[in-house]
Every structure is written in structure tokens, then in C-alpha cells.
Design a protein around this ligand. Structure first.
Ligand SMILES: Cc1ncc(C[n+]2csc(CCOP(=O)(O)OP(=O)(O)O)c2C)c(N)n1
Length: 679
């Protein structure tokens, strides 16, 4: 805004807080009305809180939405998306125009039903599944403190603010998240709780009697309750929270649908348009005579001025960091930069060569441990962790010290038994920027983190899940711990790379693919049990990057192709030898990543799979194996849950053996011959 324009605005009578808040309310009302769907109640109720936060506290610059030292704002109650879109529009984010608000929830608009990261400027994370936002924000607030410990206040010094509703706090995930945040004393995390005592079914008293303030205090937070419609009370509470040495909850008592005479305070206003009659009455009640989507110029100007507040802070951050010596500046920018440094490429290549030469017969979880140790120094922004299974997942590098509330220089996070919060926090860490997070648990517990993994895939963030104990091969712990359907169900998530490497070389290559996948999360499914090495160098290119490749090719053509993943590749190789004994030429294909294989050209896929009967081998349910096997193929794997016994017994009893694979191949060949003779 130029100086004369500012001077004109300053000479006018002051625009009131109420007018600014009503601008949010009516943009939400009008957009939901036009879309004929959406959630007006929450934006109307939280408009006062949001106005105070965005006009007095939040450090942001709409001209540079990705400025690294901005405060993060997370709308955990994502159904109230119009609150966020209204704020982005009012404060001047270029992409969020009045036309975009008019196109709320419509095809191609920047204003989808729930906020989507990467889709709308100023949206820090995708929210909508309740509880995810607050847990993701814990990761952001943690990343902020870790970066601050490394680079100091000049580079990193910001807050993470969250608006969460009753629904977010009812979700179990919120408990894992607030417990972790309290334990780590994430003092830059401030949650504004929309304490309106209403959810979809009606009063929250129908299903919940928690004392949220006491609950948060018990988890090590500062917590208070205020009138969420009193701007000075809101401001004072935020001031106090900013000075706390703990994360803070501000329970803002609000009226859902504030201002709608017949609907406010009831569930009717949660998720449906008010209707023309009630909109009219609300306009009268709140003294807002303006046409739909019309914001009077002085009010818009006041909002734009609020949006321009952060410009100076950003400029001074740019100057400050530019002045710092390059020794501090380059690692900071290297961390934010998604590319991997040369040192990493060399360290990984050295380790791969070592594996090729030594051919270690080790579990892939052990190979993964060696990978982490080998690259940890070259990748200072690698941030490890485990949900209390460090010694099983083998996720901690020798030089990784644990993060503690009094040691934020650490590089390893003991997430505790909180798989879901770990996955969501890793999303927040990746979104914040500066780190590549990875975290471990057992593959069978992927279900505990699945909603956060799905969001990572939807957002396209690089988060690496190390999931060990990947099949019945874990043995005696039994069927509760033996994943059978997990590979299939994870493979069903779009944009999630699911790797199941079969030896040390493949494990190194899978890690490399995961680290290079800048816009996809990955799951590394790793074995508990050792298995024989089968890979030779195969040139310098990663074979895992192709998703599937030939490990054994008979000299004079193929009769059958045996396709396997992980620990079953060696079973397929033994089967190929059995078949050779009866003069059947079997190729063996290792398929460590279906998703990457699907991305290869049709020619490549056909060359690998061969135009012959195909047998799939995987100690898991069939899932979408038929895609690779066709109708003529057969699958050797699990058809139900596992059992408690030593691994060798389980493989034998469930019929996942070289003998079973060879027999399946012979059956397919016999069928193929019969079909040919009829034709
Ligand atoms: C995990 C999940 N479960 C269910 C829903 C559907 N849902 C959306 S809003 C909502 C009620 C939330 O209540 P509250 O947080 O109090 O929001 P308010 O009514 O105050 O807007 C529900 C159940 C969801 N979005 N996410």
C-alpha cells in the first residue's frame, strides 16, 4: 500500500474490532450460502479470536507465504475452512480473491471444502480429519524449537498457533499429541480451543464430560479459559501464552453461529447454510447491511493493513540472515532445501558397494540400521525416531543423541508409544521445513498411524516410515504382530511409496529412493529375520528405483516368471533351482516397490514380467498381485492371519516354500499347455 493511501485510511474513524470480525462472519455466511454447503457456525463463533490473532499477533507476510520464520497457523477444525479463506482474502493473499470465495467448494477453486496444503497459498497443512491439525502442529512446533537450537533466534523464532474444536480434542490422537508436546515443553505452541460445547449431534455433553483445562494442565501445559468474544481477554491470554515456558491451551468460550438469531448456540448452524431468511435476520442482528461478499472499503483496508504488518519483520529477517556469516547461513538454507548434499550421495554409494562386496546375510532392519549409520553424518537434517521400538526397529544412528526438553540439539525423538502422533508430528516436521523425518514402529501397527500417513500422501510430503517385523517371519509374537493385509492396504494409498527390500543392497536403494522422493511419503517394510544376499552391483543405477527388475534370467529363454518381494525373493530363487532340475526355465523378478514399477513404461514392465505364466510370492494376502500375475498366474502367500511359532514352522505350515512355488509354476505351465492344445 502506498503512503497517500495509508494516510487516507489513518484519517478515517477507526474501524472497530466488531466490524473486522463481522467481515469474517459474513464472508463465511455468504460463501456457504452460495455453495449451498459448508460450515458457517465455526467461523462465526471464532471470528473474534481469529481477528485478534491475525491483526495483533500472527507474524506473516501475504506477499511471501513461505517465508521460513513466519508463525504457523493451523486450522485443526478444518470444516471451518471459510474462516481461513476469509482471513487469507482479507489480509491480502494474492491467490485468494473475492472470486475464489464466491467459488467456495467448486471445481478448480482455491477454496476447497477443507483446507488443502499446496493448493491454497497460506494453508500450512491439510486438515479436515479431526485431530490431525493439532498433532501436525506439534511437529511444526517441535521443528521450530530444534531449528532454533541449531541456528538461534536470528534465523528461527516463531510461534505455532492452532484453532481446534471439541471434535479435535475428542479424538484419541489429540491426547498422544498434547502429551508429547507437554513432555517436550513446546512453549511456542498455542492452541486456541473453540469451546462452544456443540458438535454435530448436539451438545457435547451428550458424549463428553472432560475438563479440558485440567486435562491439558495434567499433560504439562499452561491452560486457561476465557470469553472468546471479548477481544481484550483474547489478547491478554495470547500475551500470557507467548510468555509461558510450556505449550498453552486457551479455551475460548464461544457461541457457535454467533449472531444468527434462531440458530446460534445450536448444532443446526454447524454444517449447513443458514438459509435466506436467517441470513437476513443475521445481517440485521449484526448490523451488516452490505451485499453478499461486499466488504466496505475501510474495513478491507484495515484488514489489509493487518496483513501488511509482517512485511517489516520479514524484511528485517532477510537483512539479519543475509548479514550472518555464511557458516551459519548455508546449513540453514541447505536444511530447507529439499535436495540431498553430495556428501550423502558418496556415503550411500560407499555403503552400497560395501554391501555388494560383503554380501551380508542380515535382516533388512539390520541393513537399514547400517544405512542410517552410514548417512547420518552426511545428512545433518535427518531426524530419526521410533514409537518406543528403537531396539527392534534399529532406527537410531550411533551419533544420534535423543531430543529432550533441555537438549534440543538432539537428532532422535523418542516418540513414546504414540504411533499416530509420531506420524502426524513427522508430517508437521516435514511441512515446517529443515528436516527429513523418519520414524519406526512394527508394520502391523501401521494401522495406528494410517490416517496421518494418508494425509502425508495427499499433501505430498517427504516422511519416511521404517516399519519392521514385516511378515509372519517375525515368528513367535504371533498373529497380533504379524502383518498380513498391511502391504495391500498401504499399497492402496495413492502417492505412498511402499518398499519391501529383499537384501542389504535393496535396503540401501530403498532408503535412497525414499530420501529422493521429495513429494511422496515412503514406508520401508523390513524383516526381523536374516536373509541371504542376492544382489550383485547391477551397475551404478538403483534397481529398486525401477520398482521391479530381473534377478535371475535363464540363458535360453523363459518358461515361467517368479515374482517376489522382500524375504520371499530367496524362496523364489530356490524354486527356480528346483524347476531347473526338471528342465523348466524360471526367471526370478524382485519387486520391492509396486508403485515405482507401475510408473515404468509398458515396454519395461512387459520385458520384466515376461509373456509367460507368472507366480507371485509374498508372505501376505494377495491384494492387487493379480495386476502383475494376470488370470493365468498363481499367488503363493497368506490367506488369513498368522500364528505363534518359529518362523520356519510358519513358512512351512502356511505353504510359503520353494517347493510350493515350484509346484504352482508347474500347475500354471500344465494349464497353459492344455489351453494351447485346445486352441
Ligand atoms: C476424524 C473425523 N471424524 C469425523 C469427522 C466429521 N465431523 C466434522 S466436524 C465434526 C464435529 C466437530 O465438532 P466441533 O469440533 O465441536 O466443531 P463445531 O461444531 O464447533 O464446528 C465431525 C464429527 C471428521 N471431519 N473427522
Amino acid at each position: 500500500m502506498n503512503a497517500p493511501a495509508l494516510a487516507r485510511i489513518e484519517s478515517r474513524p477507526e474501524v472497530s474490532h466488531v466490524e473486522m470480525a463481522n467481515a469474517i462472519r459474513f464472508l463465511a455466511i455468504d460463501a456457504v450460502e452460495k455453495a449451498k454447503s459448508g460450515h458457517p457456525g465455526m467461523p462465526m463463533g471464532m471470528a473474534d479470536v481469529a481477528t485478534v490473532l491475525f491483526s495483533r499477533f500472527l507474524k506473516f507476510d501475504p506477499a511471501e507465504p513461505a517465508w521460513p520464520d513466519r508463525d504457523r497457523f493451523v486450522l485443526s477444525a478444518g470444516h471451518g475452512s471459510m474462516l481461513l479463506y476469509a482471513l487469507l482474502h482479507l489480509t491480502g493473499y494474492a491467490g485468494v480473491t473475492s472470486d475464489e470465495l464466491r467459488a467456495f467448494r467448486q471445481w478448480g477453486s482455491k477454496t476447497p471444502g477443507h483446507p488443502e496444503y499446496g493448493h491454497t497459498p497460506g494453508v500450512e497443512t491439510t486438515t479436515g480429519p479431526l485431530g490431525q491439525g493439532i498433532a501436525t502442529a506439534v511437529g511444526m512446533a517441535l521443528a521450530e524449537r530444534l531449528m532454533n537450537a541449531r541456528f538461534g533466534d536470528d534465523f528461527v523464532d516463531h510461534f505455532t498457533y492452532v484453532i481446534a474444536g471439541d471434535g479435535c480434542l475428542m479424538e484419541g490422537l489429540s491426547h498422544e499429541a498434547i502429551s508429547l508436546a507437554g513432555h517436550l515443553r513446546l512453549s511456542r505452541l498455542i492452541v486456541l480451543f473453540d469451546d462452544n460445547e456443540i458438535s454435530i449431534d448436539g451438545a457435547t455433553s451428550l458424549s463428553c464430560s472432560d475438563d479440558q483445562v485440567a486435562r491439558f494442565k495434567a499433560s504439562g501445559w499452561s491452560a486457561c479459559r476465557i470469553d472468546g468474544h471479548d477481544p481484550e481477554a483474547i489478547a491478554a491470554a495470547i500475551e500470557r501464552a507467548r510468555c509461558s515456558d510450556r505449550p498453552s491451551l486457551i479455551a475460548c468460550r464461544t457461541v457457535i453461529g454467533f449472531g444468527a438469531p434462531n440458530r446460534q448456540g445450536t448444532e443446526k448452524v454447524h454444517g449447513a447454510p443458514l438459509g435466506a431468511d436467517e441470513v437476513e435476520k443475521t445481517r440485521n442482528a449484526l448490523d451488516w447491511p452490505h451485499e453478499p461478499f461486499q466488504i466496505p472499503e475501510p474495513i478491507l483496508a484495515k484488514w489489509r493493513k493487518a496483513g501488511a504488518r509482517g512485511h517489516v519483520a520479514r524484511r528485517s529477517w532477510v537483512e539479519r540472515t543475509r548479514r550472518s556469516c555464511s557458516a551459519a547461513r548455508s546449513p540453514f538454507h541447505d536444511g530447507l532445501n529439499r535436495h540431498l548434499p553430495c556428501g550423502y550421495t558418496e556415503a550411500m554409494a560407499r555403503l552400497r558397494d560395501r554391501f555388494v562386496t560383503a554380501r551380508p546375510n542380515i535382516a533388512t532392519r539390520q541393513a537399514s540400521q547400517l544405512v542410517i549409520d552410514a548417512i547420518a553424518e552426511a545428512l545433518p537434517n535427518l531426524l530419526g525416531g521410533s514409537a518406543d521400538l528403537t531396539h527392534s526397529n534399529l532406527t537410531r544412528a550411533k551419533n544420534h543423541q535423543p531430543v529432550r526438553r533441555d537438549f534440543l540439539d538432539g537428532r532422535y525423538i523418542h516418540y513414546g508409544v504414540r504411533e499416530h502422533a509420531m506420524a502426524a508430528a513427522m508430517n508437521g516436521i516435514a511441512l515446517h521445513g529443515g528436516f527429513i523425518p523418519y520414524g519406526g514402529t512394527f508394520l502391523s501397527f501401521a494401522d495406528y498411524s494410517r490416517p496421518a500417513i494418508r494425509l502425508a500422501a495427499l499433501m505430498g510430503v517427504r516422511v519416511i516410515h521404517v516399519m519392521t517385523h514385516d511378515s509372519i517371519g517375525l515368528g513367535e509374537d504371533g498373529p497380533t504382530h504379524q502383518p498380513v493385509e498391511h502391504l495391500a492396504s498401504l499399497r492402496a494409498i495413492p502417492n505412498l511409496l511402499v518398499f519391501r527390500p529383499g537384501d542389504a543392497v535393496e535396503t540401501a536403494e530403498a532408503w535412497d529412493c525414499a530420501l529422493r522422493a521429495q513429494h511422496s511419503p515412503s514406508v520401508l517394510c523390513l524383516s526381523r529375520q536374516p536373509m541371504p544376499a542376492f544382489r550383485d552391483a547391477g551397475g551404478d543405477t538403483s534397481q529398486v528405483a525401477f520398482g521391479a527388475y530381473v534377478v535371475v534370467e535363464p540363458d535360453n529363454g523363459r518358461d515361467v516368471t517368479l515374482i517376489a518381494t522382500g524375504s520371499e525373493v530367496s524362496i523364489a530363487m530356490q524354486a527356480a533351482e528346483l524347476l531347473a532340475d526338471v528342465s523348466v526355465r524360471a526367471a526370478v523378478v524382485s519387486a520391492p516397490c509396486f508403485d515405482l514399477f507401475r510408473q515404468q513404461s509398458r515396454e519395461y514392465r512387459t520385458a520384466i514380467l515376461g509373456c509367460v505364466p507368472r507366480i507371485g510370492v509374498e508372505a501376505a494376502i494377495e491384494g492387487d498381485w493379480a495386476r502383475w500375475l494376470g488370470d493365468e498366474g498363481e499367488f503363493v502367500g497368506m490367506t488369513g492371519f498368522g500364528a505363534s511359532a518359529p518362523a520356519e514352522t510358519l513358512y512351512r505350515e502356511f505353504g510359503i516354500t520353494a517347493d510350493a512355488v515350484a509346484k504352482a509354476a508347474l500347475r500354471c505351465l500344465a494349464r497353459a499347455r492344455m489351453t494351447a492344445s485346445y486352441a
